[in-house]
Design a protein around this ligand. Structure first.
Ligand code: MN
Ligand code: MN
Length: 468
């Protein structure tokens, strides 16, 4: 027979916060999460850079009935449209019963990830080796990008305006590239330097060739010439064509399950494809919502959201204006009544680096989808601090639908910080809060997330879209 609870126990149960969210995970949730994440791993592998993420998202969307948006067309509830911004960002909308008269429901994630871009004049030869000069993109710990296999992705625009898409190094039998590092035997001086000085941005030179051109009748830079000849034969480009190109080096790793229990996924670019995919899947599954729901996959978040494909551009605002016009309402009214989940990752508590976190307010692997009321740095600078009212609404929504969730601050106060697109959305006069997936080793070439957290992110975006 069960012992009767004491008065203190009853009081504690009724008014104190329950601990250990992971107790809410069960075999059914874990099985659903495993299945959902098989699709995510494919998305991750197909989307190392933003252009590819847009292409694969469109492939999935078209297969589910999405058609290109036409501002002059009429739309009925349940219609599904996509609207592409310069091949690097895409909005996917499902028209709601009320259209955007009561605002739109927005889920916004970014599809760019930290990486190494080529400089406009990349190719050079030094001591009989051919190398690329690079300029890193986003926040990198540079040493992490040395001595790992790298793949080249991007687009070159030739003088005649034609485009050449480059993917080199993805297939198992293809060659790849690498940033070299100094052997430990000779690294005494390097090892004594602070980390930021031991490896600089100008040291991120990528090895791309070592053989001189066969049968040459002079000795001038024959390794470089040989590399250029290979590129000319494969892509029809000359060295000048690098001037109008966007070429990125990304890790060659494919997504892979982590742990004896296969509970986690390691891969490149979880930040922020791990939120982009659940937000995309929620839009694909949203069937005639009350209000029009929009998943927007944006670019340039890792470098401050500036530029016409970043969240500071007016692209999404103008898209909502177009939808509002169809509903006969003022665009600014539709924007102002919209609500948003800013879908981005947070730093999962890492026991190896426990002192960087404040455990009571950190998010944890398998703790569920993480809500960050604010990000920023110092005294809450450079962030949108969501209101108690909006936080309350989202909290109720998650609880009502049995979604496992947790709260998370990015590390301990004054240690550093970071931001998301939330503040740019908030500046549009929209209620917004960050909701996403906890990540270990964020911004490393191989980041880690848990499958149940990814699945809970999907459930959160879906219920947000389908709310009455
Ligand atoms: Mn991010
Ligand atoms: Mn990031």
């Amino acid at each position: 027979m069960a012992e009767e609870k004491t008065e203190t126990q009853l009081l504690r149960e009724s008014i104190m916060m329950e601990e250990k969210k992971s107790k809410k995970l069960n075999a059914e949730i874990i099985a659903e999460a495993d299945e959902f994440c098989e699709g995510y791993k494919i998305f991750l592998d197909k989307s190392p850079v933003e252009r590819e993420a847009v292409e694969y998202s469109l492939e999935l969307a078209k297969s589910r009935g999405f058609v290109e948006f036409n501002p002059e067309a009429e739309y009925a509830p349940g219609d599904k449209v996509y609207y592409v911004n310069r091949g690097k960002a895409v909005a996917l909308a499902v028209i709601g019963k009320n259209g955007v008269k009561n605002g739109a429901r927005l889920a916004i994630a970014h599809i760019d990830s930290p990486r190494i871009d080529l400089k406009p004049n990349p190719l050079y030869e030094s001591n009989d080796l051919a190398l690329f000069k690079t300029h890193y993109y986003g926040g990198l710990k540079k040493y992490q990008w040395t001595a790992i296999p790298l793949t080249l992705h991007g687009r070159i625009i030739k003088l005649d305006g034609s485009a050449v898409d480059v993917i080199w190094g993805d297939e198992p039998d293809e060659s790849c590239f690498c940033v070299t590092d100094l052997l430990p035997h000779l690294a005494q001086e390097q090892a004594a330097k602070p980390m930021a000085k031991a490896f600089t941005g100008e040291d991120l030179n990528v090895l791309v060739g070592s053989l001189p051109l066969d049968g040459a009748d002079d000795e001038k830079e024959l390794v470089k010439l040989n590399v250029m000849k290979i590129l000319n034969e494969k892509y029809g480009i000359t060295e000048n064509d690098f001037l109008s190109a966007e070429l990125c080096l990304v890790p060659s790793f494919k997504a892979k399950d982590i742990g004896f229990d296969r509970s986690m996924i390691g891969g490149y670019g979880h930040d922020d494809k791990v939120c982009a995919y659940p937000a995309l899947a929620a839009a694909l599954d949203a069937d005639t919502p009350e209000s029009t729901c929009i998943t927007y996959l944006t670019d340039k978040e890792e470098i401050g959201s500036d530029g016409n494909t970043g969240m500071q551009s007016d692209f999404l605002r103008y898209f909502i204006y177009d939808l509002a016009k169809l509903d006969g309402v003022e665009g600014y009214r539709a924007v102002s009544k919209s609500t948003c989940l800013s879908a981005d990752v947070n730093a999962a508590f890492d026991p190896t680096y426990a002192s960087a976190f404040e455990a009571k307010n950190s998010c944890f692997i398998n703790g569920g989808v993480v809500i960050s009321k604010y990000t920023g740095h110092g005294g809450k600078y450079d962030t949108s601090d969501a209101s108690a009212e909006y936080m309350g609404k989202i909290r109720s929504l998650l609880e009502k639908n049995g979604i496992v969730w947790q709260i998370g601050e990015l590390g301990r106060v004054d240690l550093g910080g970071g931001g998301t697109i939330a503040k740019y959305v908030a500046n549009m006069n929209v209620d917004v809060i960050d909701l996403g997936v906890p990540v270990l080793s964020m911004h490393a070439p191989f980041e880690i997330v848990s499958k149940t957290d990814v699945y809970m992110a999907y459930r959160a975006f879906y219920e947000f879209f389908m709310q009455k």
